[in-house]
Design a protein around this ligand. Structure first.
Ligand SMILES: Nc1ncnc2c1ncn2[C@@H]1O[C@H](COP(=O)(O)OP(=O)(O)OP(=O)(O)O)[C@@H](O)[C@H]1O
Length: 321
C-alpha cells in the first residue's frame, strides 16, 4: 500500500551575521545552513494497518508525514501509494489520502461546518448520494450533524478536530495521515477521536499513520510503531518486540525485614530505599525465581514484585528523558 523508499529531506536555512555589517555581507554572499531533517528513511505499510510514528521533538516526523501526503517534495527518495509516486501523481493520489494536522485546521473559518464539507464535496466531486451516506456513517461515530450549522470560528478545539476528521474522510480515502491529532484535547474528546480511528480502520479498512507524543494514543491504537530520531529510523515493529529490543530487562523489587540489601552476581542493585531494594536483571540471562531463591538465602524476604518495562519507560528511553 505505502512504500517509503530512501526518503530524504533537507531544509536550507539562510543565516546572517549580526549587525549592519553582517546584513551587508549577507546581501553579497548569503550564508546557507542545511538541515538534514529526514535521512534515508525506508519502510512499507500494508492496507489496514494503524502505525504510530513516534520520536522526540525535531525527529523529522512532521516532515515525513508531509512528504508521505504530498505536501512536501522529498530532496531524495520517493513515496509510493499503491505503486504511484505521490510527488509525480499528486492530483490522482490525493484522492486516496486524508490528512489532519492537530495544530492546523483545513476547515474554512468563515464558513459554517456544513458549508465547509459541501465545499470539499465539490472539490472532490463526490455525488450527493455518496456524500450523504458517508456523512451519515461518520455522524454515527462522531456525532457531527449537530455541529453542521455552527460557524467554524466559533467551534471549540474538540469540535474543530471532530470537524477536521470528518473533512479528511469525506472523500473516503484509503489512507489517513494524522499529525498529533489529540494535542490539546480533553479526556472525552481524546476518547471520541481514538474510537473514530478504530472504527474507520475496522469498518472501512482505512490505513492510519499517526504521529503522537501521547502514550494513550500509542497504547490504544498502534499495532505497529516506527520510531525515528534525528531523521533516522531507529525501530520498526510491534510494541512488545520494541520493548524487548530497547529494554531487554525487568526490575525485581524486594522488601526485606531490615535495611541491608544483599548484592547478587547476576543482577544489578539499582536502588535502595529503607527496606526496599530494586534489582535489574536481563530477561534472557536469569529468572526472577532464581534471584529470589539466592537472595532469600542471604536475608529474610518480606515481599517481592516485578516491574515490567512498559511503554512509558520505552518512551522515556526513546525520547532520552
Ligand atoms: N520549514 C522548515 N525550515 C527549516 N527547518 C525545518 C522546517 N521544518 C522543520 N524543520 C527542521 O527539521 C527538523 C525536523 O522537524 P519536524 O517538524 O519534522 O520534526 P518533528 O519530529 O515533527 O518534531 P515535533 O515533535 O517537535 O513536532 C527540525 O530540526 C526542524 O527544526
Amino acid at each position: 500500500m505505502i512504500d517509503v523508499e530512501n526518503l530524504c529531506k533537507d531544509y536550507v536555512l539562510k543565516s546572517k551575521e549580526p549587525g549592519l555589517k553582517g546584513a551587508m555581507k549577507g546581501l553579497v554572499k548569503p550564508n546557507h545552513k542545511i538541515i538534514h531533517a529526514v535521512k534515508d528513511l525506508s519502510f512499507h505499510i500494508d492496507t489496514g494497518e494503524i502505525v504510530g510514528f513516534i520520536g522526540p521533538n525535531g525527529a523529522g516526523k512532521s516532515t515525513t508525514i508531509k512528504m508521505m501526503s504530498g505536501i512536501l517534495t522529498p530532496t531524495q527518495g520517493q513515496v509510493l501509494i499503491d505503486g504511484r509516486n505521490i510527488s509525480k501523481h499528486r492530483k490522482e493520489v490525493v484522492k486516496d489520502i486524508g490528512v489532519v494536522f492537530g495544530q492546523r485546521s483545513q476547515l474554512n473559518w468563515d464558513l459554517r461546518l456544513g458549508e465547509s464539507f459541501e465545499l470539499l464535496k465539490h472539490i472532490y466531486q463526490i455525488n450527493q448520494k455518496e456524500y450523504d451516506k458517508t456523512l451519515d456513517e461518520l455522524d454515527q461515530i462522531l456525532g457531527i450533524k449537530e455541529l453542521l450549522d455552527k460557524p467554524v470560528r466559533q467551534m471549540s478545539l474538540g469540535q474543530r478536530v471532530k470537524g477536521d476528521l470528518v473533512a479528511s474522510m469525506i472523500h473516503s480515502p484509503k489512507v489517513l495521515f494524522l499529525d498529533e491529532p489529540t494535542i490539546g484535547l480533553d479526556v472525552s474528546a481524546k476518547y471520541a477521536l481514538r474510537k473514530f480511528i478504530k472504527e474507520i480502520n475496522k469498518v472501512r479498512h482505512t490505513t492510519v499513520i499517526l504521529t503522537t507524543h501521547d502514550l494513550g494514543d500509542i497504547q490504544e491504537l498502534c499495532e505497529r510503531l516506527i520510531v525515528i530520531n534525528s531523521g533516522v529510523l531507529m525501530e520498526d515493529g510491534n510494541l512488545s518486540e520494541i520493548v524487548d529490543r530497547i529494554a531487554p530487562y525487568k526490575t525485581l523489587v524486594v522488601e526485606y525485614y531490615d535495611e541491608v540489601a544483599p548484592e547478587h552476581t547476576r543482577c544489578k542493585l539499582i536502588a535502595q530505599d529503607g527496606n526496599v531494594a530494586k534489582y535489574r536483571f536481563m530477561k534472557n540471562d536469569v529468572t526472577a525465581a532464581e534471584i529470589i531463591a539466592d537472595l532469600s538465602k542471604e536475608k529474610k524476604i518480606k515481599d517481592v514484585s516485578i516491574e515490567e518495562t512498559g511503554i512509558d519507560d520505552i518512551i522515556k528511553i526513546v525520547y532520552g528523558a
